[in-house]
Design a protein around this ligand. Structure first.
Ligand SMILES: *Cc1c(COP(=O)(O)O)cnc(C)c1O
Length: 379
């Protein structure tokens, strides 16, 4: 089945009891058992729920994977992955990461004896400089948040196999419509479902998908034992959101391209970070591993102080100044003080997260209104 058909049908058979075409919201915590242990495959909703199961099967299908697990947030999903590790284990990850990922690694799991290396993946061979017998996991985000760097997933996956490390790819920025890391050799794909997959900025949720059954069983054990699993209402809302994922992504990409090109020639803009420019450092790899370039764009304002940048950020009328991304509505965010505020200044500035940086999540409104809003805000 092709993507659009899977988005609408995968995991979603008509309900066996009533024939309901839309998956019902199974608002139940527990399930009747005929005799102890003799049940219909469902015992308690922390571990399994039919609405959530339909969503998990759909998510797995969209990533061309066998298994999916939904979590109550993207961070809940990340937390579960890290619990595969033991004290003494080491993780190699990027130096340009979502702020919350950096925070959970350095402020939570570092305290449990796990060591993290934050490195540049521009040349994947750089990974080998940090590998030793304790290396267990490689965590990649691509495109990166917020600098829009591109990591070559296939090249990293070859090194991960070579050194016997589990490769996890945070695929939030691309969405399964634009990029499928499992096909490129990743072991686990992580999503903040809150973003493009949910698509309407009304649900916080995360997900993991994987092919390996052993890995699925270990992660399901953590998911059930630790309990960061989402409820049936949110699962239903995300199933509904996914039905238009392909349509939304096409519109995000189309508007994103027009806005990136408009900003590139704007006198008030210093740099535009968007992987679709032919002269962008990630272009060749993005073209190879992504279906299109997405609707996320970061910009730096020319000769702008923090106050100037705040002034522009607060002047939008159609774009909303808010954290998050990937919804149908356009958002503008100031990473240094908002999404990436938990990263120390010297660390973030090294990769380019300077005070004059703004990140745009281009929505699917009419392009003329978005361009007009940018024009007046920059003025
Ligand atoms: C938002 C985000 C997360 C965290 O997901 P939540 O659903 O907010 O917990 C992780 N990675 C990336 C790239 C994100 O944008």
């Amino acid at each position: 089945m092709k993507f659009a058909t899977k988005a609408i049908h995968a995991g979603q058979e008509p309900d066996p009891t009533t024939g309901a075409v839309m998956t019902p919201i199974y608002q139940t915590s527990t399930y009747w058992q005929k005799s102890p242990g003799d049940n219909k495959g469902y015992e308690y909703s922390r571990g399994t729920n039919p609405t959530r199961k339909a969503l998990e099967d759909c998510l797995a299908a969209l990533e061309n994977a066998r298994f999916g697990l939904a979590f109550s947030s993207g961070m809940g999903a990340t937390d579960a992955v890290m619990k595969l590790l033991k004290p003494g284990d080491e993780v190699i990850t990027g130096d340009d990461l979502y702020g919350g990922s950096y925070r959970i690694f350095t402020k939570i799991f570092a305290n449990y004896g796990i060591k993290f290396h934050f490195i540049s993946f521009n040349d994947p061979e750089n990974i080998r400089n940090y590998v030793n017998e304790n290396t267990k996991l490689i965590w990649v985000e691509t495109p990166t948040n917020p600098m829009m760097q591109i990591v070559d997933i296939e090249a990293v996956s070859k090194i991960a196999k070579d050194v016997k490390a589990t490769l996890v790819v945070d695929n939030t920025f691309a969405s399964p419509y634009l990029q499928n890391p499992i096909d490129l050799g990743a072991n686990i794909v992580m999503h903040s479902v809150t973003k493009y997959i949910g698509g309407h900025s009304d649900v916080v949720m995360g997900a993991l998908v994987m092919n390996d059954e052993e890995l699925y069983k270990r992660l399901w054990f953590i998911y059930n034992a630790c309990g960061a699993t989402p409820g049936p209402q949110d699962s239903f809302l995300v199933l509904r959101g996914i039905k238009t994922l392909h349509l939304r992504m096409k519109a995000h990409c189309e508007n994103g391209r027009k806005i990136a090109e408009y900003l590139k020639n704007h006198p008030k803009i210093d740099k535009v970070y968007w992987p679709g420019f032919e002269d962008s450092p990630g272009y060749a790899v993005a073209k190879k591993q992504m279906r299109d370039f997405g609707g996320m764009i970061s910009i730096t304002l020319k000769d702008a102080s923090l106050e100037d940048t705040f002034k522009v950020a607060s002047s939008f009328k159609v774009f909303s100044l808010a954290e998050s991304l990937g919804g149908v509505e356009s958002l503008v965010n100031h990473p240094p003080t908002m999404t990436h505020g938990s990263i120390p200044k010297e660390v973030r500035e090294k990769v380019g997260v300077t005070d004059n940086l703004l990140r745009l999540s281009v929505g699917v409104e009419d392009i003329d209104d978005l361009l007009e809003d940018l024009e007046q805000a920059l003025a």
